[in-house]
Design a protein around this ligand. Structure first.
Ligand code: SF4
Length: 332
């Protein structure tokens, strides 16, 4: 059994929104009672539609979103942190070990800074290096690993293509030598040909630097290609988790099946079989009772509208939250 780098138990993240004169504040339930363990050294995919809470869950694991309930623990063999009660001094240490690669390589980089300064900034802000020479050496090393030329370090971001900018973002995220990296839709803004290049880079860096990724994506075909584990989120809840091969061979939750059937198929015979996901994801300020997917699920029955399904353990590392997963799975 793998050891976990990050473990969330019954994690909830809520944000107050609205309010004002004679108006009550509402609570937005971005993450609701999520328990999840990310194995050390894994490429862990987190999928779901926009509004499913996956970005907020990733940020909570970086201690960049307020944790309203439950716990998150980080343990890399050298240090252990309880992220809920982390003192400020330890939060700085945690930031060195847990970093984020942004989605948009155009917005993430300051246009007024050289590439060298962009990559060096985390080292200086977190006090990791003590001299300019040491900083430059770290910057050159990580730039080379991210396949950037030394010549690139003197230039400004506008001189680069989207793929090259994403390499700069990756170098900046990895320069502090983190163990855990959240990649939030990190290839979504890139052309398909560039996506493959960046995914291959992330994979080779994982082996080289012993990284554990949380790879957040709405694109299941990308997740199937690169991740070894996948968790599926819907309206703040985890509905299914499994090793990638098992999830794609035998998805159990109706939402997972609907997401998978929407993947464009190269097989013309399969193209007509897509189960269209009807309707919109409900508002997280007013989630439906019972199973949160019941307003869109073609298999919903009375119990689904009244009772929230718990995660059932189907086997090693495969969990599903659906009252009817067994009968909907059909004969084995
Ligand atoms: Fe559909 Fe009911 Fe399962 Fe929810 S619990 S996914 S509504 S069958």
């Amino acid at each position: 059994m793998n050891t976990s780098l990050i473990t969330a138990d019954n994690l909830s993240v809520q944000f107050p929104i609205g309010g004002g004169f004679l108006r009550k504040k509402q609570m937005l339930h971005a993450v609701d009672d999520v328990s999840l363990a990310i194995p050390k050294g894994s490429f862990f995919g987190l999928v779901g539609e926009s509004g499913s809470g996956k970005t907020t869950l990733g940020r909570a694991m970086l201690r960049a979103a307020p944790i309203s309930g439950g716990s998150i623990h980080y343990s890399d063999g050298k240090v252990n942190y309880n992220l809920v009660d982390l003192p400020k001094s330890e939060l700085i240490e945690y930031r060195k070990r847990a970093q984020l690669i942004f989605q948009d390589p155009y917005a993430a980089l300051s246009p007024r800074m050289t590439v060298r300064d962009i990559i060096a900034e985390p080292l200086e802000v977190m006090g990791i290096t003590s001299s300019r020479e040491e900083t430059d050496e770290r910057v050159r090393n990580i730039a080379a690993k991210c396949r950037l030329n030394l010549e690139h370090l003197r230039r400004f971001p506008h001189a680069f293509s989207g793929g090259q900018r994403q390499r700069i973002s990756i170098a900046r995220a990895l320069v502090s030598n983190p163990r855990f990296v959240v990649a939030d839709e990190s290839v979504a803004a890139l052309d398909v040909s560039i996506q493959a290049d960046i995914l291959n880079l992330l994979k080779s860096l994982q082996d080289d630097l012993q990284l554990t990724y949380l790879f957040i994506s709405h694109d299941l075909s990308v997740v199937a290609h690169i991740c070894d584990h996948v968790a599926v989120m819907y309206l703040g809840r985890l509905v299914e988790t499994a090793p990638t091969r098992e999830l794609f061979n035998a998805p159990r939750h109706p939402y997972t099946k609907a997401l998978m059937s929407a993947i464009p198929s190269l097989d013309p015979d399969q193209r007509g079989n897509a189960q269209k996901l009807e309707g919109e994801i409900p508002s997280p300020t007013n989630p439906p009772p019972g199973c949160k997917f019941h307003t869109r699920c073609p298999h919903a029955i009375d119990i689904c509208k009244q009772q929230e399904p718990k995660l059932d353990h189907l086997g090693v590392e495969h969990d599903v939250a659906c009252h009817r997963w067994q009968e909907l799975s059909g004969p084995a």
